[in-house]
Each structure stands twice: as C-alpha cells, then as structure tokens.
Write a protein that binds this ligand. Structure first.
Ligand SMILES: [Mg+2]
Length: 313
C-alpha cells in the first residue's frame, strides 16, 4: 500500500491511502480514507514519524462518548478528553456521553464539572436513564422497588409509585450493584419476596464487575444473577451493550444509529454493542481494552478505528 505523508491537521482527499502514527511519532497502523471516514488497521509499522490527522466529525450526525475509561478514570479526566469535549461544543456537534453508571445525569454532570468539563445533564445518558425509560414506557406509572441508587430515586421521583416493603404490589424491582445505598440486606430480602411474587427484575446494566478505588466490585449483572437465580426469574438489562440502550439514545437525539460514531474503551459494551445497531466505532486504548485484544477479533466485533488516546482524534 502506498503511504501518504501528512502534516498534523491536514485534510486528506477521499480514498487516499495513508499511514498513521501517534503524537509521539510511533507508527501504529496504515489505512485509507473512504468518504471522509478513516479506516485504521492495527498492523504495527515500526518507523513512521507522522502525526494523526484530526478526525472529521462532520461525516456524522452525532458523536457518542463513553465515559469511564474514555473520558475519565475515577476522578481524573483522561488525556485529551477535555479538549475533545470542548472541540465538539465549539464545532456545534450533536453529542452525548454514555455510561453504565448507576448515577443520574445530574450527578455525572457534577462529576465532569469537577474535572473541568462543562457538560449539561441533557447530554448525558447513563444506564439509569435507560432503566427509568424502560419501566415508565412499559407500565405507565409503575410500582417500583428501588434496590439501586439515589440517582435512580432522583430520576424516577414523581413518575412512579414507590414500593417500600414486601407487602405491597410491585411491577418492577430495579437493581444496581450490591454496594449501592438502597441495597441494604433488609431491602435485598424484600426484593426477593417481590420478585418471587411476580415483579419484573430490571437490571440497570449487566456488568459483572466494575473498578473502584478499593479494587474490583461486584457489578449490577452479578447482583441480578444472584436475585434472578434465587427468585427463578430472568433479568432484563437496560445499559450497554443492549440494543435498546443505543436505540433509545438515538431516538432521544433524533439521529439514525448508522449516522453515529461511538468512541469507547470496551470492545464488548461499546464496540460490539454499537456495531450491532450499525454505528461506526473507535476504540481508545485508555481503558479496559489492550491492543493485543484486537487480534483475531471477528469483523462484527472489530472497531472501525483505534487510537492510543483521545489526542489522536
Ligand atoms: Mg468505558
């Protein structure tokens, strides 16, 4: 393949083969531009000294940014994240931040502000909101038992009838992680009775574990399995990589999934999930996925682009 030397910021004409390197000048792959979309192979090229060309987002109707491992890690913004958010805002792009977080959009907006990123709650779509939408659309004004978070309580306040003990009628038990404040041992026992009497088991997301400053924590998916097994019911999950998560987000944004690019750090929940509904995907190597995880991946699970971090976009 012919290699094209490109200066930083230079736009390439359509269908031009090109070589790509990170900002330190290490070679990372070759690709070609087709209709403005950059396809990046991951074959290592040892001695390239090119800089990445800024990705042109005008090809897309919306840019979707995963949060944990992509925009931030714990309470710190990842390299290039604040610049990317500011760029999307400056260019007037439609964008959304998505997450399997069990917090509310308002809580996440506050967290981003503490890291220097001004992102309003309307641009944030966590799995809690997907779960809230699911139960309200399915039941109208559902009777809900909260086995999750204050964020869930905030999102559903005024839209549901809260169930507080096992003696009440209940449509849905919403489940977060076992470490969440509403998941006390007493409430777990009440939830089990409600589920055995027919309430739907709604998991905010299916994550097995999640990282915290203490190490690995039991995830929402693990807690749902415990409850579902005990009550002999199947959980319904609402977060990534569920199709309904991505489709509902696109409906809210008023865009077609095929017109979105999703940038995330997780090959399963971001890349495979986004690709299943027709999105373009870019993997950033600042979170859970490593470059060697790409080897031997089936086409349907392979990201359309790979970057070492967000400065390369
Ligand atoms: Mg992530």
């Amino acid at each position: 393949m012919q290699k094209a030397l490109v200066a930083e910021g230079q736009r390439l004409p359509t269908a031009t083969p090109w070589a790509w390197g990170d900002v330190e000048g290490h070679g990372a792959g070759v690709g070609e531009v087709q209709s403005g979309w950059v396809l990046i192979w991951t074959t290592p090229l040892p001695a390239l000294h090119f800089r990445a060309v800024a990705m042109d987002f005008s090809e897309f109707d919306a840019v979707l940014l995963d949060l944990d491992g992509t925009i931030y890690h714990e309470e710190n913004a990842l390299v290039g994240a604040a610049e990317l958010v500011r760029r999307l805002q400056r260019e007037g792009r439609r964008f959304a931040c998505l997450s399997n977080s069990t917090n509310s959009p308002g809580q996440i907006s506050g967290r981003l502000k503490r890291m220097g990123m001004q992102v309003e709650a309307e641009h944030i779509y966590p799995a809690t909101e997907a779960a809230a939408t699911y139960v309200v659309e399915k039941y109208g004004r559902p009777r809900v038992f909260n086995l999750a978070t204050t964020g869930m309580q905030e999102l559903l306040e005024g839209r549901v009838e809260w169930v507080e003990n096992e003696g009440q009628k209940c449509d849905a038990v919403i489940v977060g992680c076992p470490s969440n404040v509403y998941a006390t041992e007493e409430r777990q026992r009440a939830a089990l009775v409600l589920l055995r009497e027919g309430a739907e088991l709604v998991g905010i997301c299916a994550d097995r574990v999640f990282p915290s400053p203490r190490g690995l924590e039991f995830g929402c998916g693990a807690f749902c399995e415990l409850l579902g097994y005990s009550a002999n019911v199947e959980p319904v999950f609402c977060g990534k990589p569920e199709e309904k998560f991505f489709l509902e987000l696109c409906r809210k944004l008023g865009v077609a999934p095929g017109r979105c690019v999703l940038i995330g750090d997780n090959l399963e929940s971001d890349v495979a999930g986004g690709k299943r509904v027709g999105m373009k995907t870019v993997l950033t190597l600042t979170g859970v996925a490593r470059r060697e995880d790409l080897e031997g991946l089936a086409e349907g699970k392979r990201p359309d682009g790979v970057v070492g971090d967000l400065r390369e976009l």
